[in-house]
Design a protein around this ligand. Structure first.
Ligand SMILES: *Cc1c(COP(=O)(O)O)cnc(C)c1O
Length: 336
């Protein structure tokens, strides 16, 4: 596996730190919990999409793109990081936002990631729920191309084989850090959505024979569908890397018990995870992804899913800026 063969632009502050979470570990009374801080990738408040964009935007540059398009939910962290990357590279950015939650609160519609999309100069158009958003985006990209513009379209979440290379890189980086620190890790846990993060990690770890099982905590799709999506993308990523077949179906494991009522709608366990991480470790989670991932981690620790002698590494995938779009779910007025 040779990642250096692929064009890459540097956008992220890497390596991201790996730190212990002693107060959370003690409060839960199970395994030792550590965190990898991909919320600290740096670009416009950070997050996991920046690693993917290092490879995606390099492809856009190589193709001479003038405008990049992408799509996501209203409070998409991916759209915001794409808008920031485009600004940094001097390209236009056009975003399609899907109203997936039905929230009409002003902060949800205009604050958080949406504010940053605007500040980075992206243009935005909206779509109602339930459409094939990648097809909607492709249609807009085609219309631009018909007018002679060089448009590069990035799928939702940056999740194709090119984007997943960013998380192959994260697997390499993590293994090098753990070796350097002399730290054995028995499990890695993170929130999984459009699948690129888990697909890249699993492919990277398998190609390196790292023997670190990855558990994705779902935020939207049911388990069978989520695992199938991740596996399909892992196979494509392995092909691209030149190590076809390195990932087996059984290497892809997702737990989708913590979605609650749906994508972007925080459950009780989501809010508890935000509270625990903020009060015990001063770490901010987001209500759409990282807090659902952490809720899964917390519940599985309580259920004895991990050995107390295990060390579990939680990958913080970012997104905390989205909290400012969710003021309505916290009793701020009642407490401030
Ligand atoms: C997109 C996102 C995820 C999920 O990553 P995928 O690669 O889409 O599975 C997790 N956490 C945050 C904060 C995200 O923005």
């Amino acid at each position: 596996m040779n990642l250096a063969r692929f064009p890459r632009v540097r956008l992220a502050h890497l390596p991201t730190p790996i730190e212990p979470l002693p107060r959370l570990s003690e409060a839960l009374g199970g395994p030792e919990i550590w965190i990898k801080r991909d919320d600290c990738t740096g670009l416009s408040t950070g997050g996991n999409k920046t690693r993917k964009l290092e490879f995606l935007m390099a492809e856009a540059v190589d193709q001479g793109a003038e405008v990049v398009l992408t799509q996501g939910a209203t409070q998409s962290n991916h759209a915001r990081q794409t808008a920031a990357a485009a600004a940094k590279l001097g390209m236009e950015c056009h975003i399609l936002l899907e109203d997936r939650t039905g929230y009409e609160h002003e902060n949800y519609r205009y604050n958080g990631n949406v504010l940053l999309d605007v500040l980075h100069g992206a243009t935005i158009e909206h779509r109602g729920p339930g459409l094939d958003m990648n097809a909607e985006m492709e249609a807009v990209a085609e219309a631009m191309r018909a007018k002679g513009r060089k448009a590069y379209a990035i799928p939702g979440g940056g999740s194709n084989a090119t984007g997943a290379l960013g998380y192959v890189n994260c697997a390499l980086e993590t293994l090098a850090q753990l070796t350097e620190m002399g730290l054995r890790v028995d499990h890695m846990v993170h929130a999984t959505g459009s699948a690129g993060t888990q697909a890249g990690l699993v492919t990277g770890f398998q190609a390196l024979n790292a023997q670190i099982p990855v558990l994705g905590i779902g935020v939207r799709a049911p388990k069978d569908k989520q695992e199938a999506n991740v596996f399909a993308l892992a196979e494509k990523t392995a092909d691209k890397l030149g190590c076809p077949g390195v990932v087996a179906r059984g290497d892809v494991v997702a737990n989708t018990d913590y979605v609650g009522e749906g994508y972007g709608l925080p459950a009780e366990s989501t809010l508890e995870a935000i509270d625990l991480f903020a009060r015990l470790e001063a770490i901010l989670l987001d209500p759409v992804y990282s807090a659902k991932g952490a809720a899964g981690l917390i519940d599985l620790v309580r259920k004895g899913h991990f050995d107390s002698s295990d060390r579990v590494l939680f990958l913080h995938t970012g997104g905390a800026i989205g909290l400012t779009g969710y003021t309505h779910v916290f009793d701020v007025a009642g407490r401030a």
